[in-house]
Design a protein around this ligand. Structure first.
Ligand code: SF4
Length: 441
C-alpha cells in the first residue's frame, strides 16, 4: 500500500509560545486530513513537537505550517521534491500566502480541505495533481472526527474544534481571513462523539470563541456543555471565549460542571484608545470597567481567567504600557499571557505596516521566522523599539514576582485546587517563554 506522510514542522530555533510541552497541542488539521483520506493509503503523522524530522520513505507528503514555522516546512518539502515525491501543503500560512508557498511545494490546499481532499487524492493517484485546490467555506456537518489515534501519545492535552469563523474584525487577527466571518458550528452529537474518542483526560478546545457570537450561537454551546454532562464525559478542558462568557450564569454553571477549568479571553488592553486601535469592538462595547466583574463571575464557578494582553499598539507609549503592566498585576486575571503585537500575513495590520514601510523584517520567506509574537518586528509609533521591548520585559518580570500571589487569589476565588494548579502551571509556562526570549537577546 502507498504511504501518506503528514508532517507538523517546528522551527526549533524559535519555539515562541510553545517552549513548554504542556503548551503544545495535537495538530488537529492533520488529524482531520487523516480522517478524510481513503483506506487504500497508509497514514503516518510525523510531529516535530516530539521527534525531530529525519527522512523517511513516503509516496505522498502532506505538510502544514504556521507562519513562524513555514521555512522549516519548505526545507522538509525540498527533500521530498528532490526525490520526485509530491508534497501538498495546507494550513493558515499557505492559504494566505499561496503565491509564495506554491514555489516550494507541488500543490496547495487553500482554506478548508473537507470538500477537496478526495479530489486531491484521486488526482495524485492518476498522476494529475493540480497546483491549487480551493474550497468554499463548508457546512461543518461535513467535517469528520479527527484521527486522534495517530497523534503522538506524549501530548498532555488533546485538542478539538467545535466551530470555525468569527464575525469580529480585529485589526491584528488572521482568523477571519482563514476561517471566514461567519460563525459555523459543528453538530453537537458529532463533537461529543469526538470528545469520547480523545485519549487524554485534558482537552484544549481550539475554537476562537466557544460561545459564538450573538444569543442564538450561545444555545449550541449550552447544549454542548449539557451533552458532556449527560453523556458522563469526564474530561477537564480549557477554551477560548469573548468577554461576554461571563454574562450568562447558566452557561458558566454548565461549562464548569462539564469540565471547564480555564478560559482564555483576549482582553488585549485596559484602555479605550488601544482597544479602538485594535478594533476590539466587543471589549469596547462592554467597557474596560466591566472586566473585573466578569473575572469574578467566572471565578465564582471555579473557572480561571487567562487574560491575553498585547503590547505595542499604535496608541501605546512607554507610560501607557507601564500602566498596562500595573493593571495586569492588580487585576483579577489568574493567568497572564502577554505578546508583542505581531503583524501576521493576511491581516490589515500587516498590509498597513508594509505600506507604511514599518516592518523590520521583510526578506520573505526567510524572515517569517521572526513572526512568532515574542519579538517586536515593526517600528512603533510613539516609542522606540528598545522601549517597547523593555516595557515587555518589565511586565514579564513584574508578573514573575506575583505568580505565587495569583495562585492564592485563584484558589480563594474559585475554591478549586485543580483550577488554581492549572492557572499556576500556565503562569509558569508563560514565564518560561519570556525567560527564553530574554536569553536570546
Ligand atoms: S481576535 Fe478573536 S474576536 Fe477578534 S477577529 Fe480574531 S477571533 Fe475574532
Amino acid at each position: 500500500m502507498k504511504k501518506l506522510l503528514l508532517i507538523n514542522p517546528v522551527n526549533k530555533a524559535r519555539v515562541g509560545l510553545t517552549i513548554n510541552k504542556s503548551s503544545r497541542f495535537p495538530p488537529i488539521g492533520l488529524g482531520i486530513i487523516a480522517a478524510l483520506t481513503p483506506d487504500n493509503l497508509v497514514i503516518k503523522i510525523l510531529d516535530e513537537n516530539f521527534v525531530e524530522f529525519q527522512y523517511q520513505e513516503a509516496d505522498l507528503v502532506g505538510i502544514t505550517a504556521f507562519t513562524a514555522s513555514v521555512n522549516r516546512a519548505y526545507e522538509i518539502a525540498k527533500l521530498y521534491r528532490n526525490k520526485n515525491i509530491p508534497v501538498i501543503m495546507g494550513g493558515i500560512h499557505a492559504s494566505l500566502q499561496t503565491e509564495e508557498a506554491i514555489q516550494y511545494v507541488d500543490s496547495i490546499v487553500v482554506g478548508e480541505a473537507e470538500l477537496v481532499w478526495n479530489q486531491v487524492i484521486k488526482d495524485y493517484e492518476s498522476g494529475n495533481l493540480q497546483k491549487i485546490y480551493k474550497s468554499e467555506k463548508i457546512d461543518l456537518s461535513k467535517t469528520p472526527i479527527a484521527r486522534h489515534d495517530l497523534f503522538n501519545k506524549g501530548y498532555m492535552f488533546g485538542s478539538i474544534q467545535t466551530a470555525r469563523g468569527c464575525p469580529m474584525d480585529c485589526e491584528f487577527c488572521s482568523v477571519t481571513s482563514f476561517n471566514g466571518h461567519t460563525y459555523r458550528q459543528r453538530p453537537i452529537e458529532n463533537v461529543l462523539d469526538e470528545m469520547e474518542n480523545i485519549p487524554q483526560k485534558m482537552i484544549f478546545i481550539v475554537d476562537d470563541n466557544i460561545i459564538g457570537h450573538g444569543k442564538a450561537a450561545s444555545k449550541p454551546a449550552l447544549d454542548l456543555f449539557k451533552g458532556i454532562i449527560d453523556r458522563g464525559i469526564k474530561k477537564e478542558w480549557f477554551c477560548q471565549a469573548s468577554l461576554n462568557f461571563a454574562d450568562n450564569e447558566e452557561i458558566l454553571k454548565c461549562a464548569a460542571k462539564a469540565g471547564c477549568r480555564m478560559v482564555f479571553i483576549g482582553l488585549e488592553a485596559e484602555n479605550d484608545e488601544s482597544l479602538k486601535d485594535a478594533n476590539k469592538k466587543l471589549n469596547l462595547k462592554m467597557g474596560v470597567n466591566s472586566y473585573e466583574d466578569a473575572f469574578k463571575k467566572i471565578n465564582k464557578y471555579g473557572i480561571a481567567v487567562l487574560g491575553a494582553f498585547i503590547y505595542g499598539f499604535d496608541t501605546d507609549n512607554s507610560a501607557m504600557l507601564d500602566n498596562r503592566t500595573k493593571y495586569i498585576i492588580n487585576s483579577g486575571v489568574d493567568v497572564v499571557q502577554t505578546t508583542i503585537l505581531t503583524p501576521l500575513p493576511g491581516t490589515r495590520l500587516f498590509n498597513n505596516m508594509l505600506n507604511e514601510s514599518r516592518l523590520l523584517h521583510t526578506n520573505f520567506p526567510e524572515d517569517w521566522s521572526f513572526y512568532d509574537m515574542t519579538e517586536a518586528i515593526f517600528k512603533p509609533k510613539f516609542m522606540t523599539l528598545g522601549e517597547l521591548n523593555l516595557s515587555m520585559e518589565k511586565c514579564n518580570s513584574s508578573v514573575g514576582k506575583v505568580i505565587g500571589k495569583k495562585f492564592f487569589k485563584t484558589l480563594f476565588a474559585t475554591r478549586r485546587f485543580k483550577t488554581a494548579i492549572w492557572a499556576l502551571s500556565s503562569n509558569i509556562n508563560y514565564q518560561n517563554v519570556s525567560k527564553n526570549q530574554k536569553n536570546k537577546r
